[in-house]
Write a protein that binds this ligand. Structure first.
Ligand code: NAP
Length: 278
């Protein structure tokens, strides 16, 4: 059952993947700023945990929907859920996504397919479906890209490809949506420790990553500030800004060669055992 909210002054933010990692931190930061959050994430312990956390915050207004975003009809379910709850979002944070590091052929095809679907297709689909409401509430969209979007990065080629899509798509859409008073921002964090894959990557990068790495809570305030101010590209933290700046100084062939050397530890990796997907 969906509860219906009848407080017209509430400003709602839809956060995909808001039950864990960066999405959770962004959702909590929104609540700190008196925004109401509508979280869509996989129906599991992470979602129950964030529900408990939000319930502990005095005055927090939130709604949650446990849903696999890549299942057929997921976006239509979100729209129905929002309508039933009388939730008219002012902001949309397209955060849900994942990546895999390693040799190109070490990730299964089905995983690549899901990655491209979640990181890109769901984002476009949800934006398309919520645009009529967003045109009336005139807020903003925050799309999750990565500092890796403009590199690109070896041993993470499909992932950085999806993030490059998000980056270019967001900047292009931003100019179109100016006419509707909807800002579109691309969030480009550096390495953030949230899950096993992130940890593996930090280990592969060695000392450099240990310096550059941040926690979700550290980047959330700058990310939400950027969204509310309608910034085009948000690179949270000094080191990420520096990385982006240095990236522009090096000629591309040299930069790509240096990066490949940095991540070449992945070449020593054993091919993981095939996963059975039912
Ligand atoms: N971590 C980094 O270093 C980093 C850097 C730059 C950009 N990013 C991007 O930031 C975003 C969040 O990354 P993260 O590291 O915070 O990831 P995370 O900790 O794994 O959290 C991902 C969130 O998305 C949810 N989710 C995953 N698959 C889903 C699906 N099919 N349907 C619905 N919800 C789903 C997860 O639910 P469960 O918790 O239940 O799995 C979780 O709430 C991603 O787009 C990622 O590419 C991450």
């Amino acid at each position: 059952m969906t509860k219906a909210y009848h407080q017209p002054r509430l400003e709602w933010v839809v956060v995909t993947g808001g039950s864990h990692g960066i999405g959770r931190a962004l959702a909590l930061e929104c609540v700190q700023r008196d925004l109401a959050v509508a979280i869509v994430a996989l129906p599991n312990a992470d979602l129950r945990h964030v529900e408990e956390e939000l319930a502990e915050i005095p005055g927090a207004v939130f709604a949650t929907l446990g849903l696999n975003l890549v299942e057929p009809g997921a976006v239509a379910k979100i729209v129905t859920w929002l309508e039933t709850g009388n939730i008219r979002p002012k902001y949309l944070i397209n955060n849900a996504g994942f990546g895999r590091g390693g040799l190109f052929e070490h990730t299964s095809w089905i995983e690549y397919q899901t990655m491209m679907q979640l990181n890109n297709q769901v984002m476009v689909d949800l934006t398309y479906a919520l645009l009529p409401v967003l045109k009336t509430t005139r807020g903003g969209i925050l799309n999750m890209s990565s500092v890796e979007a403009t590199l690109p990065l070896h041993y993470k080629s499909v992932y950085t490809g999806t993030k490059a899509f998000v980056y270019n798509y967001s900047l292009a859409l931003r100019e179109e949506f100016r006419y509707y008073d909807i800002s579109v921002s691309a969030l480009c964090p550096g390495p953030v420790i949230t899950n096993k894959d992130g940890l593996k990557r930090v280990k592969a990068m060695g000392t450099l990553a240990k310096i550059a790495v941040t926690m979700p809570e550290d980047l959330a305030p700058e990310a939400i500030d950027g969204m509310l101010k309608g910034k085009a590209v948000i690179r949270p933290g000094f080191l990420v800004k520096l990385m982006a700046f240095l990236g522009k100084l090096f000629p591309r062939p040299l930069k790509l060669r240096i990066l490949e050397k940095m991540f070449s530890k992945y070449r020593e990796e054993e091919k993981p055992a095939a996963k059975v997907i039912h």
